[in-house]
Design a protein around this ligand. Structure first.
Ligand code: UDP
Length: 370
């Protein structure tokens, strides 16, 4: 029987930050395990051997935060490649800015109509406002109703049905609210103060977070298999909370992705790093990775994301599904979790929350402050 003071399950961002704080701030020993053969969880990246391009195995990750604390914390473990994300969606065969903004408006409508709609938006919401599509759809004004319906149909409906299997209004409004209509010409995907990609990749950053004499890392180690062989005083669990409780109330639903990578024998394929396809094809988006770190190669690597349901033992969990009935089910697990002593749940899977990377870091930093 191995004895440890702290056991952390999961080498994703949530778990590694927690382990680092336990070791650095509290001077405590930590064993951190992961059932996968690599660290980093779903932010794991690697250099594709054929091209030297840094590829994100579990789909695109672009770091952004308004939290100076999170930014400064991670900056201790990585240099940054400053990078402002720009995304396009193909609507009626044309590439337009996403979030849909005033430039997108002028790209898809004839001038007089675009000018009229722009004025209506400015009068109704004001310049620089971000309006979630579900809010825009509440408009009583005939012109805004027309615009809302257009954007809903062309940008959100097809993409969301592919991504989540349901319509935007059947999810927590915060999901489509992540990409609001933007009454501005700002064409950045995020407006956060800090935006960047780790200059040597996410995996290298995570390796640095874990690089502490009090932290022991064990990969290819499934909690279910070793839990009776390890005696721990505290457990920090970033795996799926429903799995921890052996699906006592039934499984929590997640979305998964089938990500197909393709290498092209040309310098660039796309006009930019990410193209969304709300209307066409069965994938939601294509991502060309060399744009992220501005890597040079005469070849290029592009990924295509085909969303699907998560099935236990068949594929990986990517997204908790933010909807009322799932929250109710999660709350039953949460109540059970609160009965436990010295067991803490963290991360997208432990908290069943659609965290961005910075929120995952904050969550772990704050948990230990309590
Ligand atoms: N979304 C959409 N069309 C787009 C971009 C986003 O309908 O062109 C919706 C969709 O429901 C998506 C959500 O907004 O799941 C959040 O998008 P985000 O880019 O934040 O998703 P992530 O990168 O986390 O997968």
């Amino acid at each position: 029987m191995q004895k440890v003071r702290n056991l952390v399950v999961g080498c994703g961002l949530s778990g590694v930050v927690l382990a680092e704080r336990l070791a650095s701030v509290y001077g405590e020993e930590v064993l951190i395990i992961d059932r996968r053969p690599h660290i980093g969880g779903n932010i794991y990246d690697y250099k594709d051997p054929a091209t030297g391009i840094t590829v994100h195995k579990y789909g695109p990750h672009v770091f952004h935060t308004n939290s100076r604390e999170v930014w400064e914390y991670l900056s201790r473990f990585t240099q940054w490649h400053r990078f402002m994300y720009r995304v396009k969606a193909v609507l009626e065969g044309k590439e337009v800015n996403i979030p849909f903004n005033l430039d997108s408006l002028h790209k898809v409508f004839p001038r007089t109509l675009a000018e009229k709609l722009e004025q209506k938006l400015l009068d109704t919401f004001g310049f620089n406002r971000k309006v979630p599509i579900l809010e825009l759809r509440q408009s009583q004004d005939k012109d805004l109703e027309f615009l809302a319906e257009y954007v809903y149909q062309k940008v959100f409906l097809g993409y969301t049905v592919k991504q989540w299997g349901v319509k935007p209004e059947d999810l927590d409004p915060a999901v489509s609210g992540r990409v609001p209509v933007f009454i501005s010409r700002d064409d950045r995907y995020f407006q956060d103060k800090y935006q960047a990609i780790p200059a040597s990749g996410y995996t290298a950053m995570v390796a640095n977070v874990l690089n502490h004499p009090l932290i022991q890392v064990k990969l290819n180690t499934d909690f279910n298999t070793v839990k009776n062989q390890i005696q721990y005083e505290r457990l920090f669990f970033s795996g799926a909370i429903d799995e921890y409780f052996e699906y006592a109330f039934g499984p929590l639903p997640y979305r998964s992705l089938d990500i197909v990578f393709q290498t092209y024998n040309r310098e660039y394929l796309q006009s930019g790093p990410q193209i969304n396809f709300p209307e066409n094809y069965d994938y939601t988006r294509s991502v060309e990775y060399k744009y992220y770190l501005d890597e040079k190669s005469d070849k290029t690597v592009v990924s295509y994301e085909y969303p699907c349901a998560f099935e236990i033992g068949k594929n990986e969990r990517y997204y908790p599904i933010p909807a009322d009935e799932n929250q109710i089910l999660y709350n039953r697990y949460l109540a059970k979790a609160k009965e436990l002593q010295n067991v803490y749940f963290i991360g997208r899977l432990g908290d069943y929350k659609y965290y961005n990377m910075d929120q995952a870091v904050s969550r772990s930093l704050n948990l230990l402050k309590q």
